[in-house]
Design a protein around this ligand. Structure first.
Ligand SMILES: NC(=O)c1ccc[n+]([C@@H]2O[C@H](COP(=O)([O-])OP(=O)(O)OC[C@H]3O[C@@H](n4cnc5c(N)ncnc54)[C@H](OP(=O)(O)O)[C@@H]3O)[C@@H](O)[C@H]2O)c1
Length: 276
């Protein structure tokens, strides 16, 4: 086990993001000293551009940590598609530099979108075939220099976000009452996971120093985007008629990137959806 008591220091990048905030709380709850980083540095201990190797090295020098968790990313598929150079710099190259420079246990948060979606369910050793720039850049970020490294792939996340605009269920809530109903795909499958459960799974893996390599944190069930909305509406008392059913025809969106592995969230999908 990585020591989980006062005095163990973890540098957490992306700490101001959706998953990063949950992860910071989770790691603190395990008695770790968490040094949070973001690009701006506002309200956290460190601010640096992940793509700036010198700033990154300086932060590592100052932080003197026992482990690094890289939860920072250019996370918007659209932004990555529009700016592939930055996507590869931030999501692809920066994790490699950070892992190489840190000299301690390193955990990289990755995604189910490194897969093409035509061979689900995906186990950790399945071959990568990303369809989008985002997926491609994240796949590049999994190619880490050897050492005490761990890549944790998480699926579509849901659960409340700090600004009410991130994660699958906040987006559904945000669409309620719109004149033009949003279409949710009946033919796009995921194994969605509550963001708090993802944070718990990541912390468990980080603290188990016997674990290296690639791990999947898939949710309990494989559901379509539309079925997820149906189950969410039933769980929190919304009317599913707020949404319409649609079909995905974007070749960059994989049809089924269901993740499987040894890990399982402690609670089922409906219970997790009631907590949104
Ligand atoms: N959300 C999902 O459903 C989902 C699903 C699968 C995988 N993931 C993965 O989970 C991780 C976290 O995603 P998220 O949804 O929490 O993203 P998010 O809410 O967009 O947060 C991104 C974080 O990264 C930081 N960041 C962005 N660009 C940076 C840069 N150039 N230098 C330093 N920091 C930078 C941001 O800091 P500032 O706020 O200061 O810019 C922010 O703290 C990512 O690796 C993502 O690929 C997410």
């Amino acid at each position: 086990m990585l020591r989980s008591m006062g005095g163990t220091r973890v540098l957490l990048t992306g700490a101001t993001g959706y998953l990063g905030r949950y992860l910071a709380d989770e790691l603190r709850g395990r008695d770790l000293e968490v040094l949070r980083a973001s690009s701006s540095g506002a309200g956290v201990e460190f601010g640096f551009d992940l793509g700036d190797g010198e700033a990154l090295a300086a932060a590592l020098r100052d932080a003197r940590v026992d482990a690094v968790v890289n939860c920072a990313a250019m996370s918007s598929m659209a932004a990555c598609q529009q700016n592939p150079t930055d996507a590869v710099r931030i999501n692809g190259r920066a994790p490699q530099v950070l892992a190489g420079a840190c000299g301690v246990r390193f955990l990289q948060v990755s995604t189910d979108l490194v897969f093409a979606g035509d061979a689900a369910p995906y186990r950790a050793a399945a071959p990568l075939r990303p369809l989008s720039v985002y997926g491609l850049s994240k796949a590049e970020g999994e190619r880490l220099p050897s050492g005490d490294r761990l890549v944790v792939r998480v699926p579509l996340l849901f659960g409340p976000s700090f600004d009410g605009r991130r994660g699958a269920t906040d987006m559904l809530r945000g669409a309620v009452g719109r004149k033009e109903k949003i279409a949710l795909f009946v033919d796009e499958y995921r194994t969605p996971l509550h963001v708090a459960d993802a944070a718990r799974g990541i912390a468990d893996l980080l603290l188990d120093s016997a674990v290296r390599g690639i791990r999947h944190l898939g949710g309990h069930e494989r559901v379509s985007r539309y079925a997820l909305a149906e189950r969410f509406c039933a769980a929190v008392g919304l009317d599913v008629a707020e949404f319409s059913a649609g079909h995905s025809d974007d070749p960059r969106r994989p049809k089924d990137v269901s993740l499987v592995g040894d890990w399982s969230p402690g609670r089922g999908l409906d219970e997790a959806l009631r907590d949104c």
